[in-house]
Design a protein around this ligand. Structure first.
Ligand SMILES: NC(=O)c1ccc[n+]([C@@H]2O[C@H](COP(=O)([O-])OP(=O)(O)OC[C@H]3O[C@@H](n4cnc5c(N)ncnc54)[C@H](OP(=O)(O)O)[C@@H]3O)[C@@H](O)[C@H]2O)c1
Length: 315
């Protein structure tokens, strides 16, 4: 008999846990926040736009009456915003149990820079989350069973980490930069797991991908006008899944007792486009330890965020 498909109904009680979801005002981030709150977690909706955050909070309150959630200001394209949030969270003096690195931008037609001068996709999708996770590490390690889930993409498959062109300063392509940022998400999540394990901590780090899900980024985002996305949108009823289903890999990675650190979770359907969460495999580029280690060092240098708590144990 085939194993039962994992659904949101399988999420164990999250009562007593605190979860932060970046980019929680729409799509996969909203759906993940909703289910975590529905199952008892106190959820921080990390949003760059306060009005959108409030609208999401109102919606969440209507869809999960009695749930515990709040909006926090967090712009993943700004190290100052990330540092301000992390300092504010540290001042609360409470552990952080779940960090969902979800916010993302996709296939910007022209090369854009963040306020810190990073190419916007690499800066938002990877460097911002690298910095946020590092700054929140003390609060994560104060939890008895912390998990960090990082939302990657099938697009990592064509991604390449070119250390000579990391900010796409020499050559830019919308999908090239997106693929690189999503590959970086996988390399980061796996390297974080290796370091957390080597340091003897209980932290689990898992990369995930949502297949292809009907969300803003796909329907209306800056990258949605290109031919690739037009074809996808035409085929949406066949190829794509609702955002609530696209959030299941994230939720499985964040909550399932069966999930193991370093596992890559994605949909089980045709070409991993949609379906129920299972362990899947990244392409070889996502398993390249040497590139993961180098990316880590470069990310520390670029963001100025060093992960000190790991070093005494690693030696
Ligand atoms: N949908 C898919 O098929 C698919 C496939 C593979 C991977 N993904 C990944 O899934 C994640 C979520 O995307 P989605 O599909 O749910 O699209 P979405 O509905 O557009 O959600 C993206 C979220 O990220 C937020 N965001 C963007 N830049 C931000 C910043 N600088 N600071 C804070 N938040 C920021 C957006 O906020 P605003 O509303 O303010 O823009 C929004 O809340 C992304 O990492 C994406 O790469 C999606």
């Amino acid at each position: 008999m085939a194993a039962a498909k994992w659904t949101a109904a399988d999420i164990p009680s999250q009562t007593g846990k605190v979860a932060l979801v970046t980019g929680a005002n729409s799509g996969i981030g909203y759906q993940a926040a909703l289910e975590l709150a529905r199952h008892g977690a106190h959820v921080l909706l990390g949003c760059r736009n306060a009005a959108k955050g409030q609208a999401a909070l109102t919606r969440l309150g209507a869809e999960a009456p009695g749930a515990s959630a709040e909006v926090v200001e967090l712009d993943m394209a700004s190290l100052a915003s990330i540092r301000a949030f992390a300092a504010g969270y540290a001042a609360r003096g409470v552990p952080l149990d779940l960090l969902i690195n979800n916010a993302g931008v996709m296939a910007l037609p022209q090369r854009e820079l963040t306020v810190d001068g990073f190419e916007r996709q690499f800066g938002t999708n990877h460097l911002g989350h690298f910095a946020l996770t590092g700054l929140l590490l003390p609060q994560l390690l104060a939890s008895p069973s912390p998990r960090v889930v990082t939302v990657a993409s099938l697009a990592h498959r064509n991604g390449k980490i070119d250390f000579e062109n990391l900010q796409a300063e020499k050559k830019y392509s919308p999908w090239g930069a997106y693929g690189a940022s999503k590959l970086a998400n996988i390399l980061f999540a796996k390297e974080l797991q290796r370091r957390a394990r080597a340091a003897g901590t209980a932290l689990l780090s898992l990369p995930v991908h949502p297949g292809v899900s009907v969300t803003n980024i796909v329907q209306n985002g800056p990258g949605a006008k290109g031919l690739k996305m037009q074809v996808f949108k035409l085929l949406a009823p066949v190829l794509m899944q609702p955002d609530a289903i696209g959030a299941l890999p994230t939720l499985y990675a964040a909550t399932s007792p069966q999930a193991e650190g370093g596992d890559y979770i994605g949909p089980d359907g045709f070409m991993e486009l949609k379906g129920s969460p299972v362990v899947v495999q990244p392409r070889a580029n996502g398993l390249d330890v040497a590139t993961g280690e180098k990316l880590w060092a470069v990310s520390e240098a670029l963001t100025g965020v060093v992960y000190p708590v790991f070093y005494p144990v690693l030696g």
